[in-house]
Design a protein around this ligand. Sequence first.
Ligand code: 6PG
Length: 468
Amino acid sequence: MDAHFGMIGLGTMGRNLVLNIADHGFKVCGYDRSEEQRTRLMEEGKGKPISTASSSAELIRNLKAPRVIMFLVPAGKVVDTVIGELLPDLEKGDILIDGGNSHFVDTDRRYTQLQESGIHFIGMGVSGGEEGARFGPSMMPGGDEDSYQLIANILESIAAKADGEPCVAFVGNGAAGHYVKMVHNGIEYAIMQMISEVYGVLKNEGLSNAELHELFADWNEGELQSFLIEITAEIFRTKDVDTGKDLIDLILDKAKQKGTGLWTSQSALELSVPIPTIDTSVSMRYLSALKEERTQLSEFYVHQNKKTENDTELLKKHCRDALYFGFMMAYGQGLELLETASKNYNYNIHLPTVIKIWRAGCIIRSLLLNDLYDAFVQQPELKNIIGSSVFIPTLKEKRNGLVNLLKVAMDAGVPALTFATTLGYFDAYTQERLSANLIQAQRDFFGAHTYERIDKEGNFHTDWGAKK
Ligand code: 6PG
């Protein structure tokens, strides 16, 4: 009757969030179909203001009005099933929060449907994995601001803190919360892929896992400081409990995915926003999954994979600069996509707010986000970070590192596709004249699609190939 917060889905994320909420003095009731998960929550939450319910109706009975119910269940049909089960017992003014990685298109539909029944619906991205959920995630709620205000005190108290500020804020209208989280994940894919490309190059140069651990730990003390660099350092020193060998060497090189990277690319293509660093990182996961094909083909195409005659210390510096440059491009592409989506879908997303709540708790948190925040505050109309007066000198300098890393990678036959794409993206974006004039000529040649000229206004067609 008197719980402040209901949670549906008591998997790892759900249970940890419940414990986090309870630690902040709120009474929480959890529901999961699985009795085992409910029992686990009660064991883990001994002594805390936590109860469980064995049906959604019982959960609703256990909550104070207006009821606040969050679900952390797999994206897709399950979310509709959960909402369908709750609806008959809900009342106007109750608040539902979808904290999973739902596709923004689904969230849009659910938001509109629930609005008709007077139920507040908040699509909220939650980032930070198990540890984040337990001790402070970054949360990206969207919907309508009045609904957010009703739960702001709970979310702000459980969120990660950056410079004392909670990493949660209302990010925008309708499905904005899930859109922002989707883009967060697209950036996550890109950063992870670039780190793994650096690993590939440095491993080929002969660096041991212990040396890689040292290097990443060192990088994490400087401008690359970030969660993903930090955990990479840890990964390189982790031993397999069964064999005592370095665990990283025993892991199959096939990267899996749940779809948020793909959705980011799909949405960007639809909105005509170039985000090739993110696209390529998604493609590289697909390429990695072609293990059998790669194994067969490797018999025909033997790569040199040779250690090049490099100054290893210099190469490490190039890698660090390339990563910095790559991080910037990944954030820049994601933020440009967010801005465009916000205008197209009327999300009203405020980029500095998003950057601020990514500074702690989430997977893509990094020191660099502080500078990115300053850049967007100084130049609110900034279309892409490449144009930021704060970053122009740095990007010019770091580009050199990327070029040198790519030279080594290509010479050694080590794939660094995401970095190569990133360099091409930057070079194209910063070039006054591209070769697209030829594409226009070709289109007009075979399809009379017309072209524009640089010396006069209008659309022109030429009778190409002079039929004599
Ligand atoms: C987070 C993560 C998380 C995501 C995993 C797995 O912010 O905590 O983004 O939400 O589900 O990273 O994603 P993939 O399985 O697609 O790699």
